[in-house]
Design a protein around this ligand. Structure first.
Ligand code: WQD
Length: 338
């Protein structure tokens, strides 16, 4: 299939482009490079031996979106493009609502105009808010989320549901990610946040790389075995493969609109992750216990059964792989820059 990947040079988008190409698809990417580097295009070619068709721009720009659909026969779209920093979204709500929602509206309008109605949407487990119970399944109650970023995902899911109700020729799959971490084994692509990372694993990697002195552990007084927060960490390559599984189902069946959790079904605490990183890479990670981070919840992990039953998707990589690949990416990036 010819797949348009919005935000395709970003962390999850680029890994998905690799898996799409490796599965015999052709890939067209639009990315405004606001949170991605143009070199990623070359790394994707290096990894797969195949090129992508690249357009630099923002999905909100109708002109470039028309150009893409005029110049390419798009069979399906995977929509990753969007702002995704939870903390930043609290201080910049208008930018988040404008960019994340407008880009989705423009994309769907153009797709409709060109009669392309196969869409995979990158959503987030954040839409579950503070879960009543774990593991979380797709019918668990939604919201309220603790930040505008999460609310944009909630709003976009509703927009897509309304779009399907208006025209049931749409074939829409919503994928709710838990905590994507790790990097491709080549070390060429991975998570390269600008500035000081908000997320745990990129922060640990910077401490390991001596770019930060120590890690703050946000709270050790949660109702968990070691008192620190528990999350469902999934390797980004597994997550990318989950997208290919979703696309195959879209291509084979008329799914209508379906939602799937992409997680491992296993929870790991902050201290588990620190210990796993230290063990996998033989590097000490100094840390200090700090107070809880506002908006954090204690425990979050998926019930991954629906994706397994209906998409045949099951995460294969373990925490040790995630820790080794996260560190390998930074080491490779460092060597490339030297
Ligand atoms: C994980 C755990 C923290 C940093 C966020 C978004 C979510 C998704 C994934 C996009 C928590 C603890 C963290 C640190 C720490 N992103 N922590 N010290 O908050 O589960 O999810 O990223 O879709 O939408 O909400 O991920 O990595 O920030 O935190 O102790 O320096 O690590 O308290 O328990 P989170 P995270």
């Amino acid at each position: 299939m010819n797949v348009l990947v919005t935000g395709g040079l970003g962390f999850i988008g680029s890994h998905t482009c690799v898996e799409l190409l490796n599965s015999g698809n052709d890939v067209i990417v639009i990315d405004d490079l606001s949170n991605a580097k143009i070199e990623v295009k070359d790394y994707i070619r290096k990894i797969t031996g195949k090129g992508i068709i690249f357009y630099q721009g923002n999905v909100c720009d109708r002109k470039i979106m028309h150009k893409i659909f005029e110049e390419n026969k798009i069979d399906a779209t995977m929509h990753f493009a969007g702002f995704k920093a939870v903390g930043e979204s609290v201080s910049k709500p208008l930018e988040y609502y404008d960019n994340n929602i407008t880009s989705t509206l423009v994309l769907c309008e153009i797709m409709q105009e060109y009669n392309c109605k196969n869409l995979v949407f990158s959503s987030s487990a954040t839409v579950y808010g503070d879960p009543e119970e774990v593991p979380i399944n797709e019918n668990s109650s939604l919201g309220p989320t603790t930040n505008p970023y999460g609310t944009t995902k909630l709003f976009i899911e509703q927009i897509l549901k309304d779009l399907y109700i208006s025209d049931n020729k749409w074939n829409i799959t919503i994928l709710r990610y838990f905590n994507p971490i790790g990097a491709h084994e080549s070390g060429l692509i991975g998570e390269n946040p600008n500035g000081i990372p908000n997320n745990l694993v990129p922060y640990i990697v910077m401490v390991a790389n001596k770019e930060l002195p120590f890690l703050y552990v946000y709270g050790d007084d949660y109702d968990t075995p070691d008192g620190t927060g528990i999350r469902d960490y999934i390797h980004v390559v597994d997550l990318a493969r989950g997208h290919v599984s979703a696309l195959k189902k879209l291509d084979k069946d008329n799914v209508g609109i379906e939602t799937y959790n992409l997680g491992t079904g296993k929870g790991h605490s902050v201290l588990d992750i620190i210990n796993a990183f230290e063990k996998a890479n033989s590097i000490d990670i100094p840390y200090q216990i700090n107070s809880r981070r506002p908006g954090d919840v204690a425990v979050y992990y998926a019930n991954p059964q629906k994706a397994f039953k209906e998409l045949g998707f099951k995460a294969e990589k373990n925490i040790d792989d995630m820790m080794k690949d996260s560190w390998n990416f930074i080491q490779t990036a460092k060597q490339t820059q030297e």
